[in-house]
Structure formats: C-alpha cells, structure tokens
Design a protein around this ligand. Structure first.
Ligand code: MN
Length: 240
C-alpha cells in the first residue's frame, strides 16, 4: 500500500503535456494508491472557483472520479492556486489541508508544506504572501468580476516573472535555519515540501538528532512524485 505526494504541476491550458501526464497519473498510479496528497501549485493560476476554463473542468472531473472511487485526495494551497476554495473542494471531493499539516507515515512524524513559508529570505515575497492569504483580501478579490480577476492574475504573473529574474537563487530557496526551527517546533522526523523546484532528499542536522527534508520537483519536463510505503519514502522522477 502506498501514499503518493506531488506538487508544482503548474497546470494550464497552454501546457497540455503536463495535463495529459497528470490525467494518466490519476488513472494509473493514484488509482492504485491508498491516498494522494497534492502539496500546492497544482495550477499555474487560479482566480476563483467560478472560472469556467474547460481545461480546469477536465482536471476537476478526473479528480472527482478518483475521490468517488474511494481514494482520498488532499490538497494544500500553493502560491499560485491559493484562491482555490470550497467550491473546488465540493466539485472534486478533494479535502483542503492547512499549511503546514502534520501526518504520521508508518510511524514517522511528517510535516507537509507547500514550502513557500520556508523561504523567509525573500522578504518582498513574504509580504505579498501575507496580504493574499488574508481572508478579507480574498473576499474582496472574489467580489470582483471574473474578467477583472483574470487581468489582475495576468499582471501578477508578469510582475512575479520580472522579480524572479532579479533575485538570486539563494534568496528564493528555503532558509536553513527556518527549516530547522520548523522541524523542531512541530517535532517531526520528516519535512516534505515542494515550491522550490529542486527535487532532493536532504539530511537536516539538528545537533541532538537528524531529520529528513524531502523536496518534490515540478512537472515542467517530467513528473515528480514521492511514493511512501512500508519501506519508507522514495522520491522519483516520472519521465514522459
Ligand atoms: Mn510554489
């Protein structure tokens, strides 16, 4: 029996290859799993659950099929799809988790996160994050017409791309001290996250003990998954 973890697919209509692999993944790997955790940035952008984009419709229908078959699917917000709400949850049967979320996997205490909260060196980003995660901000956003939300999202993506070019890679990675602090605060053996698009398994030395930090990769060129069964977690690339 296996639990699957994925993140950072960044699904969008303009990248049908990613969507195709994800739909296939839901039909095969996920269909044979115990449960599936999606740790954020499933979508490249999300302006509200009322977006009638047909690409989203196909994805939602496939998720519904999986949850209807009795396989639990959990979703955590990323920095791209933080506007996913209860409408999406109701349509798909997916359960939305708070970030971070603690689970015990075969006796190992594990903290799940999208990972952007760990990137505290990017002060500018953390400021934006705080604003857009505010329920009042989200409510006022949702009150705007869909057309305007789409325009705002497009502008936000353009700005984010511009800022990313001017930031060093270190600033956009996790802060090592913050990683240690979070692992100790939640008293876990494993921290599993995405967001940085740097798939790897790190050993974190806490002085008195060692923990693991597993980073999921993005799906731009290939899929990335952590398969966790009784033998432990395994980070794998899925070529397409
Ligand atoms: Mn992200």
């Amino acid at each position: 029996m296996t639990t699957l973890f994925i993140s950072d697919l960044h699904l969008e209509a303009d990248r049908p290859d990613i969507g195709k692999q994800f739909l296939q993944f839901l039909e095969t790997d996920a269909n044979e799993a115990d449960d599936l955790y999606i740790l954020g940035d499933l979508f490249e952008a999300w302006v509200g659950d009322d977006d009638p984009n047909t690409h989203y419709f196909t994805i939602k229908r496939a998720l519904r099929k999986l949850t209807d078959s009795g396989i639990p699917v959990y979703f955590m917000h990323g920095n791209r799809d933080f506007m996913i709400g209860s409408g999406f949850a109701n349509e798909t049967g997916v359960k939305i988790l708070k970030d971070p979320y603690k689970v015990t996997m075969y006796g190992r205490k594990t903290l799940l996160s999208h990972g952007d909260v760990l990137c505290i060196d990017d002060v500018q980003y953390q400021r934006v994050r705080k604003m857009v995660r505010d329920p009042d901000w989200q409510a006022s956003m949702n009150a705007k017409p869909l057309k305007e939300r789409l325009r705002i999202a497009q502008e936000a993506r353009r700005q984010s791309l511009e800022q990313t070019i001017n930031k060093s890679l270190e600033i956009m990675d996790v802060n090592e001290d913050e990683v240690k602090r979070v692992i100790q605060e939640h008293n876990v053996d494993v921290l599993l996250h995405g967001h940085t698009h740097r798939p790897d398994v790190h050993t974190v030395d806490l002085g008195n003990r060692k923990a693991k930090r597993i980073v999921l990769g993005d799906w731009y060129e290939q899929g990335s998954v952590v398969r966790w069964d009784s033998r432990g977690p395994k980070l794998e690339a899925m070529p397409r």
